[in-house]
Design a protein around this ligand. Structure first.
Ligand SMILES: NC(=O)c1ccc[n+]([C@@H]2O[C@H](COP(=O)([O-])OP(=O)(O)OC[C@H]3O[C@@H](n4cnc5c(N)ncnc54)[C@H](O)[C@@H]3O)[C@@H](O)[C@H]2O)c1
Length: 496
């Protein structure tokens, strides 16, 4: 995949800060220019939220974080950057000035995206010397989690720029969609504005309050939209006769009409006061950062559910997450088999929200999952990778014995250590310990036995020579370690 090597964020507010988090967590060195006196503190808080969200989002190995630094000028920020993202306030004169400054200082081949929510790129690129590489990359908040960027070119933007931008977003887990024609507010904000305008009328006319309106969305079509959007959803609503029937049935009511259409509500002081008061009553008990954390946790859960959609093949944003994870795994450094006589550290993870049961603790089978993932990590260490499996060889688990010793809670960082017990390679016998990282508390142990198999022949066979050559030194290195206390003990058996 073609990738971004170095990024610059000009403007580091709600959107610019979250773009920076997206870049840094994808391993890209990022420089920010923002004259706000508290820019570093604000971006630090966004980074913390983003890291928390990523630790729940995926267990795939994220690359080492990129370096985040702050520049004193636009020129310093864009030096050497191949993706520059402008996210200054939504004023055409200000954006034009900033973009012209970026254009003059940046490498002429660097891509320049604007986060504008609605200004046409033709208007923004007017004064640029190299306008062909400037486009709108309109993201959604929080940029570090929501993967979409609408890519919109202006009259002078080259088609190749949009294709390159789309290709470069994929390795950072984003989906660039190229919009055919430029238009104010593009696609997403046009839709949102229509709903927003209607929502303001419903509050003004006392049809409902803000909480009721939000409930109507989040208990119904809000969930539906997250997975199938509008047209696919309505196709289903048309029943077996599909879209044509749906249009025939609901088309005529568009002209009644049910909605206020283009009437613009007067946001006078009274309406502002009414909405602000209702919003305080609805959500005022929680601070913004707390609401952001709740939002992020919910978004992570939705994306993980979508990852399991379409019978495990992934659906919508979940399919994209799955592709991002494949990319991370493919690019993860291949561990070299350590021949130290210490147990090997195999897993570093955090307890996901979906792993917690009604007691508030990590649920039972997730302990087993930690050990299964550790066994996978051990296999990768000895060269049992996807190519090896595709060629018809693998290790299958035939027995394990998990002991649960202490509780893990949401967000706890965990790690696993493993000792390879004497075995002949066809059998791979390990003992693993799961610890809480904060205080090295032992939470669980697992004695685990795998058998090497030929999946084509359907029987156990010795591993190929390359694998054995990596495994044997590990077995030898651990041969001098004492047998773990619980190894070979059956359930309830006391120590001898
Ligand atoms: N907030 C959203 O939900 C959202 C979503 C998508 C797109 N956008 C777009 O993103 C852009 C930024 O919006 P935001 O919500 O992050 O606003 P914001 O007010 O949170 O951030 C703007 C930042 O730009 C900085 N700034 C001002 N002048 C600058 C300059 N000359 N050089 C560098 N930095 C400068 C400010 O100090 C501030 O930190 C806007 O174009 C907006 O339309 C916003």
């Amino acid at each position: 995949m073609t990738k971004i090597n170095k990024a610059a964020c000009i403007g580091g507010g709600v959107i610019g800060g979250a773009w920076a988090a997206r870049f840094v967590l994808a391993g890209i060195d990022t420089k920010i220019f923002d004259p706000h006196p508290e820019a570093e503190r604000i971006i630090g808080e966004v980074m913390a939220n983003a890291e928390r969200a990523y630790s729940m989002l995926t267990m795939a190995p994220l690359p080492p974080k990129g370096k985040l630094s702050f520049a004193k000028t636009v020129e310093e920020a864009v030096e050497g950057a191949d993706w520059i993202q402008e996210s200054v306030p939504e004023r055409v004169d200000l954006k034009r000035n900033v973009l012209t400054q970026i254009d003059a200082a940046a490498d002429p081949k660097a891509l320049i995206g604007s986060s504008t929510s609605g200004i046409m790129p033709t208007d923004l690129q007017r004064d640029m010397k190299h306008p062909e590489r400037m486009f709108v990359a309109h993201p959604y908040n929080p940029v570090y989690l929501l993967p979409l960027a609408e890519l919109v070119g202006g009259e002078k933007t080259s088609k190749a720029t949009l294709e390159e931008a789309k290709a470069k977003l994929a390795p950072i887990g984003m989906k660039g969609v190229i919009i055919n024609k430029e238009i104010e507010a593009f696609v997403g904000d046009r839709l949102l504005e229509a709903v927003w305008r209607e929502g303001l009328w419903l509050i003004k006319d006392d049809i409902c309050d803000t909480e009721t309106l939000d409930d109507v969305i989040r208990y119904s079509f809000g969930i539906r939209w997250a997975q199938m959007g509008m047209f696919e959803t309505y196709r289903i609503a048309g029943g077996e006769a599909g879209m044509r029937h749906f249009l025939a049935q609901f088309g005529p009511c568009l002209s009644w009409p049910w909605t206020k259409l283009m009437d613009v509500v007067d946001l006078d002081d009274a309406l502002v006061e009414k909405i602000a008061n209702q919003s305080d009553a609805q959500s005022g008990a929680r601070g913004i950062r707390e609401l952001e954390r709740i939002r992020d946790q919910n978004l992570v859960g939705i994306m993980q559910a979508l990852k399991a959609g379409d019978e495990g093949r992934g659906w919508g944003a979940g399919k994209l997450l799955s592709e991002f994870e494949d990319h991370l795994w493919k690019n993860a450094p291949v561990p070299s088999a350590s021949t130290s006589d210490e147990p090997i550290k195999l897993l570093d993870i955090k307890v996901h929200p979906s792993w917690v049961d009604y007691n508030g603790h990590m649920t039972e089978f997730r302990y087993t999952q930690c050990f299964a993932d550790s066994a996978d990590a051990l296999l990768r260490l000895i060269g049992v990778d996807m190519d090896y499996v595709a060629a018809g060889h693998s290790y299958y688990t035939v027995e394990n014995h998990v002991r649960l010793l202490a509780e893990a809670k949401l967000g706890d960082a965990l790690y696993v250590k493993a000792q390879v017990l004497p075995s002949d390679g066809k059998k791979l016998h390990t003992f693993m310990w799961l610890y809480r990282a904060a205080d090295d508390t032992l939470l669980s142990t697992c004695e685990h036995l795998m058998l090497h198999v030929s999946s084509k022949e359907g029987k156990s066979v010795p591993p190929l020579a390359d694998v054995l050559a990596k495994l044997q030194p590990l077995i030898d290195a651990h041969a001098g370690l004492a047998k773990p206390d619980a190894a070979g003990r059956y359930v309830g058996q006391k120590k001898a």
